[in-house]
Design a protein around this ligand. Structure first.
Ligand code: SF4
Length: 443
């Protein structure tokens, strides 16, 4: 990532999977294509004054860890039955005040033509996107206005005229960029480690951390590790300068000096020897970075909100903290299972509340801070937008509201059913009834 073109109405940083290059479910390593797109779009003279900012994500794995369908363009690598690599292209996703899920406009694009196709999309957007109204300027509004089919037709027409231009990626260019993403010098290791097995059997706390914060790796004997920045009492996603020094040292000693950041506001050590996991856990724990809550309710995504952001309607961080305190019992937390809770301090949605299984949005009512709650949002392959359950709540009510949502889920869930799947199966009605049963909340 870099700061060039930050805040401009142009192509922003390209994002990819935080497990890129190491995930066992990867079809391709998305990083070379992401970097080719970055180099191509940086200072691109034609696209430096688009109607509005523009965000592209690329995913090379079968599972989506990039919130692909919530981007202006989402690029998903696929392998065809005859082994060819291609790209499924979606367009028009986004959050903010008009949240939308992206539309797939091309099922299988030869990967070498990805720049040509993105160029065609940007041309159609540059030509027809609205410049008269800031709130209607993003590509999602144009895709909605034209209809995805008509938008795709115009893109295909433009692509037909330019698909053989010099933007087609050659083998030499791909090899030049891919050379920056060579795998580190992995040792030849056995997959199993008897000492690790012993530690897993002896320590419940360690095995819990491995269950939640350690992820599979394609290289035998290695794993990826999430260092949690979601300790109860600390602002979600924040790290002190001391912690950053500490983490840099962990990266040097355990993961070839490389550190990644996930969009869920945690840090990733991508290449850790499985035989080092127990030692790493002890050290991470001493630095407050080993909360075993990845994928669980307290792994809250929260924007800076009213404590720091001048655009905020309400604070986010104290709400996150109050909810984390309410669900601080690890047994209960693990029993609840997978649950994404996201908080934004205003409609700009930096905390991704639209795609939280539970989403919380700070709203202003007559100068006071209130919170609107939605449920049923999701990221990933089956991305969906949450539905607002009803009138908003005061800050002090929020832990109770979340408790009631969770209790409803526990009462109604099928075995092995996640919170969001129960919401999708039953709709919001039973949750709404439980939350609003006692108090008459202000409208
Ligand atoms: S969602 Fe709103 S309050 Fe939160 S960081 Fe973004 S602009 Fe600021």
């Amino acid at each position: 990532m870099h700061a060039i073109q930050t805040s401009g109405n142009c192509v922003r940083n390209i994002t990819a999977d935080h497990f890129a290059g190491i995930a066992p479910d990867e079809v391709i390593d998305p990083r070379p294509l992401a970097e080719i797109l970055r180099q191509w779009s940086t200072f691109h003279p034609e696209f430096n004054y688009l109607p509005r900012k523009f965000k592209i994500a690329i995913n090379g794995a079968t599972a989506d860890r990039t919130a692909l369908l919530l981007h202006d363009i989402g690029l998903l690598a696929l392998r065809s039955d005859d082994g060819e690599i291609g790209i499924r292209v979606s367009v028009g996703g986004g959050m903010g005040r008009t949240p939308m899920i992206g539309h797939v406009i091309r099922e299988f694009l030869p990967w070498r033509q990805v720049l040509n196709y993105v160029e065609a999309i940007l041309r159609v957007y540059n030509l027809h996107g609205r410049r008269d109204n800031l709130w209607k300027a993003r590509i999602k509004i144009l895709v909605k206005a034209l209809g995805a089919q008509e938008f795709a037709r115009q893109v295909e027409e433009e692509f037909e005229a330019t698909k053989d231009s010099p933007s087609v990626i050659t083998d030499e260019e791909f090899a030049r960029v891919a050379a920056f993403f060579k795998p580190p010098r992995y040792a030849k290791l056995p997959e199993g480690d008897p000492e690790l097995e012993r530690n897993l059997a002896d320590s419940r706390a360690f095995s819990r951390w491995v269950e939640r914060n350690v992820h599979p790796h394609r290289q035998p004997g290695y794993a990826a590790v999430t260092l949690s920045l979601k300790k109860t009492g600390a602002p979600p996603g924040d790290a002190t300068s001391g912690q950053m020094e500490f983490v840099a040292d962990l990266a040097d000693r355990y993961s070839f000096g490389e550190l990644r950041v996930s969009h869920e506001q945690n840090l990733i050590l991508a290449d850790v020897r499985r035989s080092d996991l127990f030692r790493l856990w002890l050290e991470a724990k001493s630095g407050g970075l080993a909360t075993p809550n990845v994928g669980l309710l307290t792994n809250i995504i929260a924007c800076p909100g009213g404590d720091f952001c001048s655009l905020a309607n309400a604070k986010s961080i104290p709400i996150a903290e109050a909810i984390q305190h309410r669900f601080d019992d690890l047994d209960y937390l693990h029993d609840i299972g997978e649950l994404d809770l996201n908080i934004s301090g205003c409609m700009n949605s930096c905390g991704h509340h639209h795609i939280g299984h539970i989403g919380i949005l700070g709203v202003d009512k007559n100068g006071a801070e209130w919170y609107q709650v939605s449920i049923g949002g999701a990221q990933g392959d089956n991305a969906s937008l949450g539905h607002v359950i009803g009138p908003s709540f005061a800050a002090a009510e929020m832990p109770d509201v979340v408790s009631r949502l969770v209790e409803t889920y526990i009462d109604l869930r099928h075995p092995d059913e996640r919170f969001v799947d129960t919401v999708h199966r039953l709709g919001i009605a039973p949750f709404k009834a439980r939350v609003y049963r006692e108090e008459a909340y202000a409208a």
